[in-house]
Design a protein around this ligand. Structure first.
Ligand code: PCA
Length: 326
């Protein structure tokens, strides 16, 4: 049997004497990439607390936020390889590995919470199968609020983005930059404030939530509310670590995950509204895109959806068919 190596706090079997009962305690680490105050991160902490309570302290999960254990693009591999028992990823980061992961990162394929839910239902069976093959298990997924464009200067059309240093977080956000003639620079959320402060980037496409988390208003004064797509974060667990739990503990994890998925979606919708207000309060002009900008971005979306379908092959077709089912 292949031996797994858990250097971090290990899947330590601490035997605790409480009264006469001997309780075996398992400790997990969970790697996450967004700030502690982000709604996904807060949801993760509650998820861990719920499991602690439901198992009477038998499974303790420590959540490490803001990419403090692994950088965002490294978390998936770390969970797969067992360097950490669990982690939160953003699917869209892994589009180059498998196109299906990137479906929710494509502009205007699913651009509302309802459409995003539908897309998730269509993606889920495919992704669960893939993750099982990769030695992992999907616990839950939660959409970010819709994505818009932050800039220093007003945008009349996509032509105003030419030559601009555009911060990307995924293959799709890089591709948008290429298609509009901007210069893509990939920077994950944990380094975004720094990249703006040092002038490495001067525009980005993300949510109101990240605009507030990363204080984008300190550098970027316009937010074009394009509502282009709602990428999902997903919480994954190493399959071997999960299988090592006893049945009641596994059930507690799955129950807490189902609750976290519902709670996370509600938080996303709430934050979507609140963050726009916070951007305004911090001097950002929140703008409805002009007809020209909308048309330009729609063209970018059409090109990207076509490119995606070409690369995604039969899996892509199956996904789109499931997504389009009434
Ligand atoms: N915030 C994350 C991903 C999507 C979002 O809304 C980011 O900007 O990195």
């Amino acid at each position: 049997m292949k031996r797994r190596f858990f250097p971090l706090a290990a899947t330590a079997l601490a035997l605790t004497l409480s009264g006469t009962a001997v309780v075996a305690q398992t400790k997990w680490d969970l790697a996450a990439a967004y700030p502690a105050t982000n709604f996904h991160s807060e949801n993760l902490v509650q998820f861990a607390n719920d499991i602690d309570k439901a198992t009477g302290g038998k499974l303790k999960i420590t959540v490490h936020t803001n990419a403090s254990l692994f950088k965002a693009p490294e978390i998936k591999r770390a969970v797969q390889g067992g360097q950490v028992q669990a982690g939160e990823i953003i699917f869209a980061n892994f589009q180059n590995e498998w196109q299906i992961y990137g479906a929710d990162g494509l502009p205007f394929l699913a651009d509302s919470y309802d459409e995003s839910n539908k897309l998730y239902k269509a993606q889920k069976p495919l992704i669960e199968k893939k993750l099982t093959e990769q030695g992992m298990r999907l616990l839950y997924a939660v959409a970010w609020p819709p994505q818009g464009i932050y800039t220093k200067k007003p945008l009349a059309s996509a032509a105003d983005l030419k030559g601009i240093k555009w911060r990307a977080y995924s293959p799709a956000t890089s591709r948008i930059a290429e298609l509009v003639g901007a210069q893509p620079v990939t920077v994950q959320a944990a380094e975004l404030s720094q990249a703006l402060a040092t002038g490495v980037v001067e525009a980005t496409m993300t949510s109101g939530a990240t605009g507030v988390d990363s204080k984008l208003f300190e550098h970027l004064k316009y937010y074009y509310d394009t509502q282009a797509w709602l990428p999902k974060n997903a919480v994954l667990v190493n399959k071997q670590a999960f299988d090592a739990l006893d049945k009641p503990t596994q059930d507690a994890v799955l129950k807490a995950a189902a609750d976290a998925e519902v709670r996370g979606l509600a938080a996303s919708k709430r934050v979507n509204v609140e963050s726009i207000d916070k951007l305004k309060a911090n001097g950002v002009q929140v703008v409805t895109p002009s007809a020209q900008l909308k048309a330009d971005l729609k063209k970018v979306g059409d090109t990207m959806q076509k490119e995606w379908l070409d690369k995604a092959g039969p899996d892509g077709k199956a996904l789109i068919d499931a997504f389009n089912k009434p």
